[in-house]
Design a protein around this ligand. Structure first.
Ligand code: ADP
Ligand code: MG
Length: 252
């Protein structure tokens, strides 16, 4: 009996290892010839031009570039909250079909976490409830949901603030809440758009440390848009955009 159990533990371990290895080699995202244009009055404004890009599991990518260069456009396309005008986006080798809304919505909700510059918390809900609200549909069992929320809050170091409302905590703590909210979904990737722009440098560094730890310990893939040079230093891969084009893509 014991031997059998041991074998099955070993088997599970080996299976997990195989999944882990194959995920490691798999690309999560692929952009093929992506362009995006905006209309500003009668003028066509370039958001992105002919972007080709692959993003692998487990990476920690920082996207840099001056204001207006296309960072947010790139993240919004990755997060499937906006559509390209040209080209195709593949997620786990599947082409995103914007007409087949159900699958696209499912990927967006379950595989992708988003962190915003202004935290995007609901002011009338507590820290705990803000996270719970985003999990209501995906985790029906209350006990398990609460366990996951508490684990996420502990991970970002604010378990003691779970009953507070957003206005009763600092900006840094609000951003930790939004990281916990993204993390609690167990996404494959977390996209963060200027996550430290509204924080002082000390709080900004703490936020980055939390993300880096999640990347190392939980293998969550991160793509972070910023023009903050201290964040740039923490990247495994740096992508610089200018006028809607990738002008530099380096691995450290
Ligand atoms: P960044 O995040 O690097 O500041 P954005 O992706 O927001 O850059 O913007 C890229 C370009 O697209 C800029 O020229 C910007 O003015 C333009 N742009 C972005 N969003 C819109 C929009 N909704 N309408 C018109 N132009 C836009
Ligand atoms: Mg932006």
């Amino acid at each position: 009996m014991l031997k059998l159990e041991k074998n099955s533990i070993k088997e599970t371990f080996m299976n997990n290892l195989i999944t882990y290895k194959s995920n490691q080699e798999k690309d999560f995202f692929e952009f093929k010839n992506i362009s995006k244009f905006y209309k500003s009055g009668k003028i066509n404004v370039v958001g992105l031009q002919n972007i080709n890009l692959k993003i692998s599991y487990g990476d920690f990518i920082v996207i840099g570039g001056i204001s207006g260069s296309g960072k947010s456009t790139l993240l919004n396309l990755m997060g499937l909250i906006d559509q390209p005008d040209q080209g195709d986006i593949f997620i786990e080798n599947k082409k995103i079909n914007y007409n087949n809304d159900r699958l696209t919505t499912e990927i967006r909700k379950n595989k992708i976490g988003f962190i915003f510059q202004n935290f995007n918390l609901i002011p009338t809900l507590t820290v705990f409830e803000n996270i719970e609200y985003s999990l209501l549909k995906s985790i029906k069992e209350i006990k398990r949901r609460h366990l996951i929320i508490n684990q996420a809050l502990e991970k970002v170091g604010i378990l003691n603030l779970s009953k507070r409302y957003p206005e009763e905590i600092s900006g840094g703590q609000q951003q930790r809440t939004s990281i916990a909210r993204a993390f609690a979904k167990s996404p494959s990737i977390i996209l963060a758009d200027e996550p430290t722009a509204n924080l002082d440098s000390g709080n900004g560094e703490n936020i980055l440390e939390i993300m880096k730890t999640m990347n190392i310990e939980e293998r969550v893939t991160f793509v972070i848009a910023t023009h903050d040079s201290s964040i740039m230093k923490m990247a495994k891969r740096k992508i610089i955009v200018s006028d809607g084009k990738i002008i530099k893509d380096t691995r450290i």
